[in-house]
Write a new protein. Structure first.
Length: 252
């Protein structure tokens, strides 16, 4: 890494850690920053996910007292779905050519931004559905999380609501645990598939952890509406910048 690239990645990781601690959306920053630093698209996605892994694990540990298995689906089954889905998504990413993922990345960022904008409505718990359907939806979300991490928490909260979870603290604790488990297994497979760039990943982990701590300290001082608007705007800008960069690369 050059000094400007190191500074870019440090700043993106710090802000991403803070955003995840506050409301989510950290992947909106890590993926484009890594691509701007010259990391290929697939490796950038894998490396950015790895950089944010400590935040997922610490969130799962912090919310452990609120953990309670949902009715009809035990905790071992839920974690099994997380491992299976995270593994499948990571394997799918490793099989995706850089050129294809580069074309999909702006669309994924736009979709994640839309999900974030619609988050309040998505988190309203509907009536519980049959366990098999809820499990299939959770598995599909875990596959998505192993492939592309953006908007994962929002989708998981919506999926868990299908199990009748209406108590936010319980749902959030389960979301943190499932996110941590599926991201951990995905990162293991990324490493085995040599998709990670360890230098940038370890560098960014330090600043993402610091940003998460700072974000948690400032969480109560930022109006939620302003924070949500900032994250949505960030997602739209980052998707546009990635699309423009890819268009310039094709033209060249």
């Amino acid at each position: 890494m050059t000094l400007p690239e190191a500074a870019l990645l440090a700043g993106a990781a710090f802000l991403a850690g803070g955003l995840n601690a506050l409301a989510g959306g950290g992947s909106f920053l890590t993926l484009p920053a890594l691509m701007a630093a010259g990391v290929p698209p697939v490796a950038a996605n894998a490396t950015g996910t790895a950089a944010l892994l400590p935040g997922y694990l610490s969130a799962a540990w912090a919310s452990r007292r609120d953990l309670q298995a949902p009715a009809g689906l035990g905790l071992p089954s839920l974690l099994g779905l997380a491992l299976l889905g995270g593994s499948a998504g990571a394997a799918l990413l490793l099989l995706t050519p850089d050129r294809l993922f580069a074309g999909v990345a702006p669309l994924l960022l736009l979709a994640a931004t839309l999900l974030f904008a619609l988050q309040p409505g998505l988190q309203r718990a509907p009536a519980a559905v049959p366990q098999a359907i809820a499990a299939a939806v959770i598995l599909a979300v875990c596959v998505y999380g192993g492939y592309f991490n953006g908007g994962l928490g929002i989708l998981l909260l919506a999926a868990l609501s299908l199990l009748g979870l209406r108590e936010l603290h319980r749902a959030n604790a389960l979301k943190n645990l499932v996110s941590g488990v599926l991201t951990a297994i995905a990162v293991v497979l990324y490493a085995a598939g040599e998709a990670l760039r360890w230098g940038p990943a370890l560098w960014m982990m330090l600043f993402a952890t610091a940003g998460g701590y700072a974000g948690a300290r400032w969480a109560s001082r930022i109006p939620p509406a302003r924070l949500r608007a900032f994250i949505v705007l960030t997602g739209l800008v980052m998707a546009a910048l990635i699309a423009l960069r890819l268009r310039q690369a094709v033209a060249a």
